[in-house]
Design a protein around this ligand. Structure first.
Ligand SMILES: *Cc1c(COP(=O)(O)O)cnc(C)c1O
Length: 471
């Protein structure tokens, strides 16, 4: 498979280069040149197969020509072997035709593990073949950091440094990062806010001699491989509920538009998806876009679903590219307008074509909490606040009652115990396999908000700067 940039001016690349590059050189995002197809025969053949086997079949066309089939199958099997449920992404029935797809059985209890567990292994594999190493740096307000650390821990070709704001992440979130004992994992608590941490990471990337010397890399959400891995669970869920014979609908709690774009990709590949509901919290740029065609940045407000507190959805550009008939010049014009004036408006035709598949819904805090309580009361199933946004949106935007409605459960309720307890009166417990989290010893250093000090710290510890030989 070859990949093109959404802005049309970067070189066409293969999978390996796209994996390593992340962002395209023209500022765009890479997408497959064509969508591979999943026809009815192929979908029928997926029924009853283990998750990792379907995953290999769905993803192989995207990596073809880069990683030998047998090796790819091994990486995929390993990526999902550590999940806490043998179905990997089990479906639960809530009501007559309403379902939740539990995507929180990975090592950090949120759906980002699906993409990052594979991405870490793919990166390590490709780098080792090239006899290269990278230094991954990132900032986190909680969730992404732990998923990235779990993905990179113990990998020979990667050293990872994650900055979090000291005292401003929850204890569970901090411990998910700091109790990891692998020598290639470095946690830094910064005296400052999450914005300070992000600014420090940005400053390191902008320090070009440092960036080159350390071979800095990010495992951010615009990497194509992350979207690719997320296509798989749309396929397994739809097949479990009757595809290819019947269509299904999904409701997706959304921030950066990565997860729901994977649903769009599954539809583009031939999966019978009747509709995709874009569920947002009060940070509703996407809900406003799908309502009126105006994509306009607002102010970020904190909510009880913090992983969706986003006002610029980076992966949205991938959908925009298709809405513009895959014309990178039009995308570039829109993006310039976004930069210059904080927004842009698409044409009536472009909006109409988006609305053929997508519905959007904004859910406020009160309704999110009421939904956690109501669903718990009706079915005994406990939703985290992100999932609750999806469940509320599913209720409002449901089409035909005959179509199964699948809400993506993006996090385990025990990741957000305070909000869940406040809403439903029940304090969710961590799964048994994580019981030791609150007792394990922690390992992190506390540093001032000073880029010089952070760079010195990274330089001292990264195997890239130490010239350590790769094995
Ligand atoms: C990241 C995240 C989301 C949003 O996913 P996007 O791909 O950014 O739309 C939703 N819920 C949880 C729990 C998350 O961690």
């Amino acid at each position: 498979m070859r990949y093109v940039s959404t802005r049309g001016r970067a070189p066409v690349l293969g999978f390996e280069e796209v994996l390593l590059a992340g962002l395209a050189r023209d500022g765009g995002l890479y997408v497959p040149e064509t969508w591979p197809t999943l026809n009815a025969e192929v979908l029928k053949g997926f029924a009853g197969r283990p998750y990792h086997e379907v995953a290999v079949a769905v993803m192989t066309p995207f990596v073809e020509g880069t990683i030998p089939n047998g090796e790819f199958a091994n990486l995929v099997r390993e990526a999902y072997a550590g999940f806490g449920h043998s179905a990997v992404a089990p479906l639960m029935q809530l009501d007559g035709n309403d379902w939740v797809l539990e995507l929180f059985h990975g090592p950090t209890l949120a759906f980002k593990d699906f993409a990052l567990q594979l991405l870490g292994r793919l990166l390590d594999h490709v780098l080792r073949h090239r006899r290269e190493r990278v230094t991954v740096v990132g900032a986190t307000s909680g969730d992404t950091g732990s998923a990235a650390i779990e993905a990179c821990r113990g990998r020979d070709a990667i050293d990872i440094f994650i900055l979090h704001p000291a005292g401003r992440v929850s204890e569970v979130q901090r411990r998910q990062m700091t109790t990891v004992q692998d020598a290639n994992v470095h946690n830094i608590a910064i005296d400052g806010t999450f914005d300070d941490c992000q600014a420090l990471v940005k400053a390191m990337f902008n320090d070009l001699p440092f960036r080159d010397a350390l071979r800095l890399s990010a495992v951010n959400s615009i990497n194509w491989a992350r979207v690719m891995a997320q296509i798989v669970y749309y396929v397994t869920a739809a097949v479990a509920l009757g595809a290819p014979y019947r269509s299904v609908a999904f409701s997706v709690p959304t921030g950066n538009f990565g997860d729901v774009f994977a649903g769009y990709a599954a539809h583009a590949m031939g999966l019978p998806v009747e509709r995709l509901i874009v569920a947002t919290n009060r940070n509703d740029i996407l809900a406003r876009f799908f309502a009126g065609g105006d994509y306009r940045v607002g102010e970020v407000v904190p909510t009880i679903s913090p992983s969706m507190d986003i006002q610029v959805s980076s992966n949205f550009e991938r959908l925009l590219f298709d809405l513009c008939g895959r014309d990178g010049t039009t995308v570039e014009t829109y993006m310039q307008e976004l930069g210059a004036s904080g927004g842009f408006r698409v044409s009536a035709n472009q909006l109409a074509s988006a609305r053929r598949l997508f519905e959007a819904c904004r859910v406020d805090e009160a309704e999110t909490k009421a939904t956690i309580a109501a669903v718990q009361h009706a079915s005994g199933w406990l939703a985290d606040p992100h999932t609750a946004v999806g469940l509320a949106a599913a209720k409002h935007r449901r089409g035909s009652a005959a179509t199964p409605m699948i809400t993506l459960a993006t996090a385990h309720p025990a990741k957000f115990p305070d909000a869940v307890e406040q809403a439903a009166g029940i304090r969710p417990a961590l799964p048994a396999r994580m019981a030791s989290l609150m007792q394990s010893s922690e390992r992190y250093d506390r540093l001032p908000n000073d880029v010089g000090r952070i760079e010195a710290y990274v330089r001292e510890r990264s195997r890239v700067s130490n010239g350590a030989a790769t094995t």
